[in-house]
Write a protein that binds this ligand. Structure first.
Ligand code: SF4
Ligand code: SF4
Length: 252
C-alpha cells in the first residue's frame, strides 16, 4: 500500500491546471483570419483548391463547419488567409462558423456560444454524454477519448462519457452519419430522457466533411433534431472540445 502511495506521489498531478487559458502551439490551425487586400487577383484558384467546398469567393469566406484544416488555401492565398492557433472555435450557432473577411477571433468569441440559464441549472455540475460514432474515421473519437485522459481530465468538471444512452444527458455525434448508422443514431437519441442536448463534433458531423454528397450518407437526423453545440475541426483539439462544452454549461 505504501508503495502505491509513493508511486502516486511520484506521478504527481498531470492534469493541465488551467484548460481555459491554455494556449496551443503556433503550428496548430485554429481560427482563420482573412485579409482580402493581400490577394492580387481572382479567388477562384483558392476556392477550387478546397477539398470540401468550405471556401466561397466574393467576398471570401471559410465555413469552419466544412473545413478540414488542411492548410492548402493558406499556402495558395498569397497571405490573404492565415490560420491562427486560436482554438476556441466551438459555437451554438451554425451560421457563426462561416468566417468572413476582417472578422477577428475576439469578435467571433463574443457571440459564439449562447449559454442558457436552464442548461447551467440542469447540466452545469454534471453532464453525462453518450458518444455515437456515425461513420467517422476515428480521429474525432480519439480526441474525445483524450478529453478524459490524465492530461485533459474533463471528468474533473463533472463531464463524462457513459456507456448507455439511458444514463446520458445528451449525444456527442461524430462522423457523417452513414446509412447503416442513421437508425442506430436515432435510437440512441430517442433512448435519452428529456431534456437532452446534441453536440456535433468535427467537420463530418457538422456538414458531412469529406463525405458530403456521398450516397452512403444519410443526414436526415440533423433535419429533425436541433444541434445545441457545434465543435469544428478534423479532428478538433481536446481543448477546443472541453472549452466549448464548459462555455455552453456556463462554467468557463
Ligand atoms: S484549410 Fe479548410 S478552407 Fe482551406 S483548403 Fe483546407 S479544407 Fe478548405
Ligand atoms: S471530421 Fe475528420 S477526424 Fe473527424 S471523423 Fe471526420 S474525417 Fe475523421
Amino acid at each position: 500500500m505504501l508503495d502505491l502511495f509513493r508511486l502516486r506521489k511520484h506521478h504527481g498531478n498531470q492534469a493541465i491546471p488551467d484548460v481555459v487559458n491554455s494556449q496551443l502551439m503556433e503550428s496548430h490551425r485554429g481560427f482563420p483570419v482573412i485579409d482580402e487586400s493581400k490577394h492580387p487577383g481572382s479567388w477562384q484558384s483558392v476556392v477550387d483548391i478546397c477539398p470540401t467546398g468550405a471556401i466561397t469567393g466574393e467576398p471570401l469566406s471559410i465555413d469552419l463547419g466544412k473545413c478540414i484544416f488542411c492548410g492548402e488555401c493558406e499556402k495558395s492565398s498569397a497571405g490573404a488567409i492565415k490560420f491562427t492557433s486560436s482554438h476556441k472555435t466551438g459555437t451554438s450557432d451554425r451560421e457563426r462558423l462561416i468566417v468572413g473577411p476582417g472578422e477577428s477571433y475576439d469578435t467571433f468569441r463574443e457571440s459564439a456560444i449562447e449559454s442558457r440559464r436552464e442548461i447551467h441549472k440542469l447540466f452545469g455540475r454534471s453532464l453525462k454524454l453518450r458518444q455515437v460514432s456515425a461513420g467517422g474515421c476515428n480521429g474525432c473519437e480519439m480526441e474525445l477519448s483524450a478529453c478524459s485522459n490524465v492530461n485533459f481530465d474533463m471528468g474533473r468538471f463533472g463531464i463524462d462519457f457513459v456507456a448507455s444512452p439511458r444514463h446520458a444527458d445528451g449525444i456527442v455525434l461524430t462522423g457523417p452519419i452513414t446509412n447503416n448508422m442513421a437508425p442506430a443514431l436515432m435510437d440512441a437519441y430517442r433512448s435519452i430522457g428529456e431534456p437532452k442536448i446534441v453536440i456535433a463534433v468535427g467537420a463530418c458531423a457538422i456538414s458531412g466533411g469529406v463525405f458530403s454528397g456521398s450516397d452512403r450518407v444519410n443526414r436526415n437526423f440533423l433535419e429533425e433534431i436541433k444541434v445545441d453545440l457545434y465543435i469544428p475541426g478534423c479532428p478538433p483539439h481536446p481543448l477546443t472540445i472541453i472549452n466549448a462544452i464548459l462555455e455552453f454549461l456556463g462554467r468557463a
